[in-house]
Design a protein around this ligand. Structure first.
Ligand SMILES: [Zn+2]
Length: 384
């Protein structure tokens, strides 16, 4: 049985798998992979007061080298259905594009991975020299607590060792083949609070305005760039995302003021070293403050090597484009996988990801499947 790539993509889009709902999507993959001879493990996790999340780990072969395809079947909410030309969970083909929530991010890429594995396994007349696996989570767009990181913990305990991994996030700005992600910046959110004394703005000597001091602190924080960027990364950056006191009155000095910032940082820092830089800058103002930090992920880089080389070569062979090796953009589950093996990200185009009328070029899904298959061919011939 050969996989119908468009039908599999449509079947996945038809599942309204908004995080944390599985909505049948993982079941479809499990069935498909079982029929291809994979050993499948459903791995539901429900810790830390979060809703239960379905995950799937499927492997064929028991030897190394072990190549893993990783991805997520969960999607972000579609927003208002009125903004969609066709309903978000009713896949529709219009003018060579497939529309539906999750088409770009990243159900069609998962379908391409399954098809690539099928083509590869069929074309290998000899026995597979190694293993291929799928690590599929239903919790990437959400808190990402009961998803890939928990599956990786389980794999470690179970002696499942992966040697290389490709994550199928949509990485291309406009055309398939433009961009491979070899790392990501780290991200953290900081919350800064300054206390004052509430009072009448006509009698400022009886009050203590925390806003004035918070302005000085924020100025001290953002005045100097954090760095100038590194070989594969753009400069680290602090963006103030909110600065307010919720003050409804025009004549009241408020008791406290708060600001929040999102910090994206490169491989010149760890979150710890960067928190120290931030504290030093705040301390230098001499103002008392309260700082809360939540780290979403450290930066990481898969140094150009075998995996990025074969991915680039395969992309180039099938698209004629020389892909850029980039570390730009937001975080992904690659941040967990990099602790276990070299990981790169390559998928479809991200122009419409998370938007209404999300769509992908149907030709791109087929080309992506061929690229993934080509990566498998190159990987296993290099490794054996
Ligand atoms: Zn995604």
């Amino acid at each position: 049985m050969t996989i119908d790539l468009v039908e599999l993509s449509k079947d996945l889009i038809r599942c309204p798998s908004i995080t944390p709902n599985e909505a049948g999507a993982i079941g479809i993959l499990e069935e498909k992979l079982l029929s291809m001879g994979f050993n499948c493990r459903r791995l539901p996790f429900a810790e830390e007061g979060m809703p239960s999340v379905e995950n799937l780990y499927a492997r064929i072969g028991s030897e190394s080298p072990h190549f893993c395809f990783a991805g997520h079947t969960d999607v972000v909410p579609p927003g208002d259905n009125k903004d969609w030309i066709s309903p978000p969970f009713e896949p529709e083909v219009r003018e060579k594009f497939l529309f539906g929530r999750g088409a770009a991010d990243m159900k069609c890429a998962i379908a391409a991975m399954v098809s690539a594995a099928e083509m590869f396994l069929k074309s290998e007349n000899k026995k597979l020299q190694g293993s291929i696996s799928f690590l599929i989570t239903g919790d990437e767009e959400g808190p990402a607590i009961n998803g890939t990181s928990k599956v990786l913990e389980w794999m470690e305990k179970s002696g499942e060792v992966i040697d290389a991994c490709i994550v199928g996030e949509p990485t291309n700005p406009e055309n398939l083949g433009e961009m491979i992600k070899i790392g990501r910046r780290g991200s953290m959110n900081i919350e800064l609070r300054v206390e004052g004394i509430q009072g009448h703005s006509a009698y400022p000597h009886l009050a203590d305005n925390p806003i004035h001091r918070l302005i000085n602190m924020m100025t001290g924080l953002i005045a100097t760039p954090l760095d100038g960027g590194s070989e594969f990364f753009q400069p680290s950056d602090i963006q103030v995302t909110t600065f307010d006191v919720g003050n409804l009155a025009t004549n009241v000095i408020p008791a406290r003021a708060e600001a929040r910032c999102n910090v994206r940082f490169n491989d010149l820092h760890s979150s710890d070293s960067l928190i120290k830089v931030i504290r030093d800058r705040l301390d230098a103002t001499g103002i008392a403050y309260n700082l809360n930090v939540r780290v979403s992920g450290e930066s990481f880089l898969t140094k150009p090597g075998l995996l990025s080389t074969i991915t680039s070569e395969s992309v180039n062979a099938l698209t004629g484009i020389e892909p850029v090796l980039s570390t730009a953009g937001g975080t992904s589950d690659a941040r967990f996988i990099k602790e276990h093996c070299p990981v790169v990200e390559f998928g479809l185009c991200n122009e419409t990801a998370h938007k209404a009328n999300e769509c992908v070029r149907i030709d791109d899904i087929f080309t992506l499947a061929e690229i993934y298959e080509n990566i498998l061919v190159r990987y296993f011939s290099e490794k054996s």
